[in-house]
Design a protein around this ligand. Structure first.
Ligand code: 8IG
Length: 266
């Protein structure tokens, strides 16, 4: 196997093109916790591939995360590559593995990267099940997907153009700054207060590293979080993975429709 992450992404993209029959995908999505059923509304699934058959991908580690890659044809004729299998930084496979899906999407031709996640919310007004647009991020992983002297500008990383489109679809959508912690533990209440102090509104364990890789690959990035729980210490009750899954399931139909409508306008 090649030691060049971009060559590995090209191999994965070639495999996807061969297996799906779609030479070029137009956009790609990573569906995180709570967002799985959105794929159904985006369009017609034309091919479903088990992730672990594609070069560089591995089976997912977390219940509630789907391990397939699909090609979907949208009603307006775009080809969307849906990555249901996210590798998290906390899995310890390294940052290259974390961003392999994004790089594969870029190599498959995608010009737009849609990143979704489930996360904790710092704003008490965001009840579990509230979707929030990501306006910017704070990368607290102390890692980067870029290696060597690769200086990439991250101004307007989360495209204001695409956020504008999302707010046309749903003017009630709030925006927030997403802080990526490494996890897999949730934050302590003190860490949540720290996150708030440095300007975060959302806390999670994904997305920031992927967004950096997507920008580096030249893609326009759209990020949207589902607040599945209030962050530790904001809520009087302790966090549970069960709660996260249930909030995602309850919000599923609404956020799926929202995402499908946004995709239709990208
Ligand atoms: I879903 O409260 C989900 N993912 N770091 N904190 C962090 N990640 C999360 C949380 C949370 N909820």
């Amino acid at each position: 196997m090649t030691n060049d992450p971009f060559e590995l992404a090209r191999q994965a993209a070639a495999h996807i093109a061969a297996e799906t029959g779609v030479e070029q995908h137009d956009l790609a999505l990573v569906l995180g916790s709570g967002w799985g059923e959105a794929a159904e509304l985006i369009g017609e699934t034309t091919a479903t591939l088990p992730a672990d058959t594609i070069p560089g991908f591995t089976a997912p580690a977390v219940a509630g995360h789907v391990g397939t890659i699909r090609s979907i044809r949208t009603p307006d004729g775009k080809n969307a590559l849906v990555l249901g299998a996210r590798t998290h930084y906390y899995e310890g496979r390294g940052v290259r593995a974390v961003v392999h899906g994004v790089r594969t999407a870029a190599a498959a031709g995608a010009r737009t990267m849609v990143l979704t996640n489930g996360c904790g919310g710092l704003n008490p007004a965001w009840a579990p099940g509230t979707p929030v647009l990501i306006s910017d991020h704070i990368n607290l992983t102390a890692a980067s997907p870029l290696e060597g002297a690769t200086f990439v500008d991250l101004t307007d990383l989360y495209s204001s153009r695409l956020r504008g489109i999302a707010r046309e679809v749903d003017p009630s959508l709030d925006e927030g700054v997403y802080a990526q912690f490494t996890g897999p533990h949730y934050e302590t209440p003190a860490e949540v207060r720290y996150a708030k102090t440095i300007g975060a509104d959302l806390v999670g364990m994904s997305t920031a590293l992927e967004a950096i890789a997507a920008r580096h690959a030249g893609m326009e990035v759209f990020g949207i979080s589902l607040v599945t729980n209030l962050a530790a210490g904001i809520s009087p009750v302790p966090l549970s993975h069960q709660e996260v899954i249930e909030a995602g399931q309850a919000a599923g139909p609404r956020i799926s429709k929202l995402l499908a409508e946004i995709i239709g306008r990208i």
